[in-house]
Design a protein around this ligand. Structure first.
Ligand code: GLP
Length: 243
């Protein structure tokens, strides 16, 4: 595992954006696995700036996002499709038909998950999967549990995740209780993984995930087994790390 220590959030974002841009430059028709949450926003802004300046070309890039709330439409400002359009896709020269997010409006979970699995396999391997981490160690919406779930599945969000994500909604009661998420096997099949982590509030879970035992109770701990895994984290997030 490569670990890049960033001074702060801005530095982490620039370093992460550099790694993603290197991927796009080396393979202009690459498949990027993308993530939502506050952590990648700075990296997305940097990528958009480089694209605006003509230094980065997304015209052949395909993307597949990790997850989506079940029940939210793409027009709902809290949906992850809306988030991606707002924070990245509308600022870069990507073809919208090359961008993929699970269909939150498909009420039949089995249908929604199967359709998303088919989209992912039709793309071949994910070249670079960007990840954030939840306070309970979730990646995508793979919550702690008795086993690592393999492919796209419907999850019931834990109270901790609902609590953490309520900041984007008017009240906790508005946070959807379920979501569709890419599974652990699909994430682990990505050629490269880039985990971005910022802030003191993530220090404890980051230490558990990277330096603790590998267990489905800390879903991100499986990343220790990936062959090409890069962690970019700021000083605060790495503050409990032992070298
Ligand atoms: C959500 C997303 C995750 C993300 C996590 C952390 O639950 N499903 O993909 O990593 O939040 O978000 P943040 O970066 O805002 O802490």
């Amino acid at each position: 595992m490569k670990i890049y220590r960033a001074e702060n959030y801005e530095d982490m974002s620039r370093k992460a954006a550099s790694i993603i841009s290197a991927q796009v430059i080396l393979k202009p028709d690459c498949v990027l696995g993308l993530a939502t949450g506050s952590t990648p926003v700075g990296a997305y802004q940097q990528l958009a700036a480089w694209c605006r300046e003509g230094d980065l070309d997304f015209s052949q890039v395909k993307t597949v996002n990790l997850d989506e709330y079940k029940g939210l439409s793409p027009e709902n400002p809290q949906s992850y499709r809306f988030f991606m359009n707002q924070n990245l896709f509308s600022h870069i020269n990507i073809s919208m038909e090359n961008t993929h997010v699970p269909d939150g409006l498909e009420a039949d979970s089995q249908k929604a998950c199967q359709a998303y699995n088919e989209i992912i396999s039709s793309m071949g391997a994910i070249d670079l999967q960007l990840l954030g981490i939840g306070h309970d160690g979730h990646i995508g919406f793979n919550e702690p549990g008795p086993a690592f779930e393999q492919e796209t599945h419907c999850v019931t969000l834990t109270p901790l995740t609902i609590e953490a994500n309520k900041r984007f909604f008017e009240k906790a009661g508005d946070v959807p209780r379920q979501a569709y998420t890419m599974g652990i096997k699909t994430i682990m099949h990505a050629r490269k993984i880039l985990l971005v982590v910022s802030g003191q509030d993530k220090a404890e879970i980051l230490k558990k995930a990277i330096q603790g035992p590998i267990t489905p109770e800390v879903p991100a701990s499986i990343l220790q087994l990936h062959q090409d895994m890069t962690l970019v984290a700021d000083e605060a997030a790495l503050s409990l790390f032992t070298e």
